[in-house]
Design a protein around this ligand. Structure first.
Ligand SMILES: CC(C)(COP(=O)(O)OP(=O)(O)OC[C@H]1O[C@@H](n2cnc3c(N)ncnc32)[C@H](O)[C@@H]1OP(=O)(O)O)[C@@H](O)C(=O)NCCC(=O)NCCS
Length: 368
């Protein structure tokens, strides 16, 4: 049993929810973002739902869990809940912040303080789970010092029945509990452009074009493994924000700046912070070739990476037969580092050599 305390977090006060909070709870739960990311909440959300929630909050405390209203100067800003500990002392927390209080660090401060309080009161492990597309909540987890532990695939369903993955986090007593800053910041302004090409984070709207491009024989010839299903490619596009925020990869659509058409894809993958190294990979739709689009895209992406991240080496690997790709890298300033023999398995059962390339972080005074 956790003590029924009031917890102070800076100017915020966490206390037991009360019937007087009902109007604010209704407004917070009727919000479309709340409804999107908490699909088990009733929709539409009524006064009866709010009163039932307040009543059940009392029961939750009696069962060994906890439920708090997050308030400031007496005003309801959101809710935070704690499950009763399991047999190993693990608890799970959840939260929502009302639309009028978002983007001010409320959830991050509450998640951190609640985890500290729970660990101080005998919990051995505090778990938190966020849907893979819930970037605000993922960011809260990193900012509150939680450590990412994995992704539970297809673990929950949305209101329309689509299954979705849940990213799992935890804090345990020996964790430092410090905020993790993203190794890969998002683009200021949302995209990179040189006026001819635009690089935009991949979204589900790009999935069809992306999927078609990967099926083109001239692209598939240099791909690895079987071509994904459209559903797999859609899922991958939906995860762009999570991959980015978690420092795993950057996935971009290349758009023709003049028309907005999807022209190709470029990515930074295999990011190894300890080496300060990442790998660039790309493909262009065939009718956009021969216009310098990919060289421009590689220059934009590598220029951003050296300006905005600590990366020191950006590497690339081309099939020894892929002279067009090698020309792109040379024009973008990459130099050959060597050959990895028989690296690429080919569809005919043979293997192709890889030529390895690198672009180094420009030294002071050098232009990237
Ligand atoms: C998730 C939620 C609780 C966040 O509350 P909040 O008080 O606004 O959170 P914070 O201000 O502490 O932090 C939000 C972070 O996410 C970032 N963020 C918000 N929307 C984002 C988006 N679409 N893409 C990327 N980052 C985003 C904010 O910039 C902020 O990070 P920063 O401080 O580094 O800039 C709130 O959006 C909410 O209630 N959503 C609906 C319910 C929900 O999702 N609950 C959690 C279920 S796991």
């Amino acid at each position: 049993m956790f003590p029924r305390e009031v917890i102070s977090v800076g100017s915020l006060v966490l206390r037991v929810p009360a019937e007087d909070d009902a109007e604010a709870i209704i407004a917070a739960c009727a919000d479309p973002v709340t409804a999107r990311f908490l699909p088990l909440l009733p929709s539409p959300y009524t006064r009866e739902d709010a009163m039932e929630y307040v009543r059940r909050s009392g029961e939750k405390w009696e069962r060994g869990g906890a439920e708090f209203a997050i308030t400031e100067n007496g005003r309801y800003l959101g809710s935070a809940g704690v499950s009763a500990p399991d047999g190993w002392g693990t608890v799970r927390i959840g939260y929502l912040v009302a639309p009028w209080a978002r983007g001010k660090g409320v959830a991050s401060a509450v998640a951190r303080a609640l985890a500290d309080w729970l660990l101080d009161h005998g919990a051995s492990r505090v778990e938190l789970e966020a849907e893979v597309e819930n970037l605000a909540s993922l960011r809260v987890a990193y900012r509150a010092g939680f450590v990412e532990e994995g992704r539970r695939r297809g673990a929950k369903a949305l209101r329309d029945g689509r299954r979705t993955d849940q990213v799992t986090f935890a804090r345990i007593a020996r964790d430092p509990g410090v905020a993790t800053e993203p190794f890969l910041p998002f683009f200021a302004g949302g995209e990179l452009s040189d006026g001819v090409v635009r690089l935009t984070p991949m979204t589900v709207a790009d999935a069809g074009d992306y999927h078609e491009m990967l099926r083109e024989p001239s692209v598939a010839a240099f791909g690895l493994g079987a071509v994904n299903s459209l559903e797999d490619d859609e899922r991958r596009c939906r995860y762009t924000g999570y991959f980015w925020l978690s420092g795993q990869r950057v996935e971009l659509a290349i758009k023709d700046a003049a028309t907005g058409e999807f022209a190709g894809h470029i990515q930074l993958v295999q990011i190894v912070p300890d080496f300060g190294q990442a790998m660039v990979g790309y493909s262009l739709v065939s009718r956009f070739r021969g216009r310098g689009f990919m060289t421009r895209s590689v220059r934009l992406l590598t220029g951003w990476a050296f300006a905005e991240t600590p990366l020191h080496r950006i590497v690339a690997g081309t099939d020894a037969a892929n002279t067009a790709s090698q020309a792109v890298l040379e024009r973008a300033g990459f130099v050959r580092e060597g050959t990895r023999r028989e690296l690429f398995p080919k569809a005919d059962g043979g293997r192709a050599d890889e030529i390895s390339w690198v672009l180094m972080r420009p030294t002071a005074g050098e232009k990237s």
